[in-house]
Design a protein around this ligand. Structure first.
Ligand SMILES: O=C(O)CCC(=O)C(=O)O
Ligand SMILES: [Mn+2]
Length: 211
């Protein structure tokens, strides 16, 4: 992930469904991708069954514990390296593989791995970054499913300082597709919140090009 310092601008909230009115990148937001009951069941199952760990990442010249739990699942041999970590895939859980099949029917992309994030409380977060590692290819497509507590997802253009920070509230059972151009033009983050929020899972399905 390439990172940058945080921004002080007031975010502009986007409430649209489907293709989002965002420049220089194809973002789609589908709030009811999963039915609430199915999303709740999947959230409970994955919190229980996934082999979670706290990644130790190399950022700004030092090793730090990530402020969340994570896990990498994927096809055999699909290794994902980011922020100084090398992640060997855990074999697909049935629930993740079924979701992957559904996503590949919904959008015309193939995914061979999923990076899962567990935000245990509002104190867990994800800093500003783009998912632009070489092994994701020149224009990565990422399908991101959210389960559990709603969190703010912020987008900041990498070059256009005149554009406001954009904000999408990622709801329980929603799907965000970050398509063509999104990682080249934008950085994204999930900030901490002082509000009481339920635990949240985010499942980001990716296509590793070189294994
Ligand atoms: O939790 C989210 O919605 C975003 C996760 C993310 O950006 C990532 O895993 O790279
Ligand atoms: Mn990301």
């Amino acid at each position: 992930m390439s990172r940058s310092p945080s921004s002080r601008r007031q975010p502009c909230r986007i409430r649209a469904t489907g293709r989002l009115p965002i420049e220089d990148g194809e973002f789609e937001y589908w709030p009811s991708f999963l039915q609430p009951a199915d999303a709740s069941r999947l959230c409970r199952t994955l919190i229980e069954k996934v082999t979670w760990h706290v990644p130790r990442v190399f950022v700004y010249g030092r090793w730090l514990d990530s402020p969340r739990q994570a896990a990498w699942y994927g096809d055999h041999g699909v290794v994902y390296r980011y922020s100084g970590t090398e992640n060997l895939p855990l074999p697909w859980l049935d629930e993740l593989d079924q979701l992957r099949s559904r996503l590949m029917t919904f959008c015309p992309h193939r995914f061979n791995g999923a990076l899962l994030n567990h935000y245990r409380s509002g104190a867990d977060s994800m800093g500003w970054h783009s998912d632009d590692e070489a092994e994701l290819g020149s224009d990565p497509i990422i399908a991101s499913v959210s389960l559990g507590g709603e969190r703010r997802f912020l987008l900041r253009h990498r070059r256009r300082k005149d554009l406001p920070v954009q904000e999408i509230v990622l709801e329980h059972g929603s799907l965000l597709i970050m398509g063509a151009g999104t990682q080249r033009a934008w950085r994204h983050s999930v900030p901490k919140t002082a509000r009481h929020v339920a635990p949240r899972l985010n499942l980001t399905f990716r296509a590793i090009q070189k294994c």
